[in-house]
Design a protein around this ligand. Sequence first.
Ligand code: 5AD
Length: 345
Amino acid sequence: MKKLIEKAKNTHSLSREELVSLLTDTTCSDELFAAADDVRRQYVGDEIHLRALIEFSNFCKNNCCYCGLRRDNKNIERYRIDEDTIFLLAEHAARNMGLKTIVLQSGKDMFFTQEKLCNIIRKIKTLDVALTLSIGEKTLEEYKAYKAAGADRFLLRIETTDKDLYLRHDPGMSFENRVQCIKNLGLAGLEIGSGVLVGLPGQKIESYADDILFFKAINADMIGIGPFIPHPDTPLKDAAGGTLETALKVMALTRLLLPDINIPATTAMETLAPNGQTKALQAGANVIMPNVTLTQYRKHYELYPGKSSTNYTSDESLRQVREKIASIGRTVSQAKGFHIRKPLA
Ligand code: 5AD
């Protein structure tokens, strides 16, 4: 195992079989995390990029079996934040909190048309920030329109590259279309963000290996990996859920194979353990996304239960994040944090 970790560290390339061996092994996690931490330091340095997350609508026309925002969940109160308030939240994040990237996230909400979104994008871009969208599958033309309005990046997780599993857990959706949408982000000139869930019922070790190879194949700029956490109002309520350990291993291997990309320490990791994000920052991650949504709405953006930061104000969330970063001797970046491609050493 040690040899394989060395190989990954030096060549940033592993076969599917080698990935499966490392993912199966239970004795070498600490070595794997240390190697990912070294590669992270070498390629993207000690600075952590903060992205202000605005969850602006929890309406969703999709019905993913793992997600609390799914269409059939009648137990959540649906909300939309209006355009002016979205701008005020972005302005507070940029001017008062000093954050350099605004992330606009929602369910697949048809209310926010291309025109509405482009207006919001243009307004937020006057704040001298980078802008990321995370609003689901759209057409190539729409992605191009967001880019033309000023959007820089887009997050669209593949969720799992195991097609059968995808179709089972995302009823009514097309796996091919999802892959095409991710490719279209690049064609539209947006930075490509993707990622997967770890620990879905039926998800296999081999499929994590495929996930990591997929991230390489799509030339991802950022990859978010989170453990699946069962939500009581979904069909997967009785599932076991993912573990922090496996999610961290998939993340660490992603860092080893895609050394210069941006990798968030995800909120789902923090939800599973109070030091989950800190561990992630020491196992390959270099990004944190503090939540700046109005506190009154946060509890309704319940992708999964116990979502960390739900009860805090934006300023409190940011303070906690800064403390976490300082406690491990890292610093907060003042840059917008674009993906800078480096020659592989
Ligand atoms: N547990 C963890 N993550 C989840 N997501 C959705 N539902 C859950 C859950 N139950 C993730 C998906 C989606 C992102 C916004 O939230 O991966 O892409």
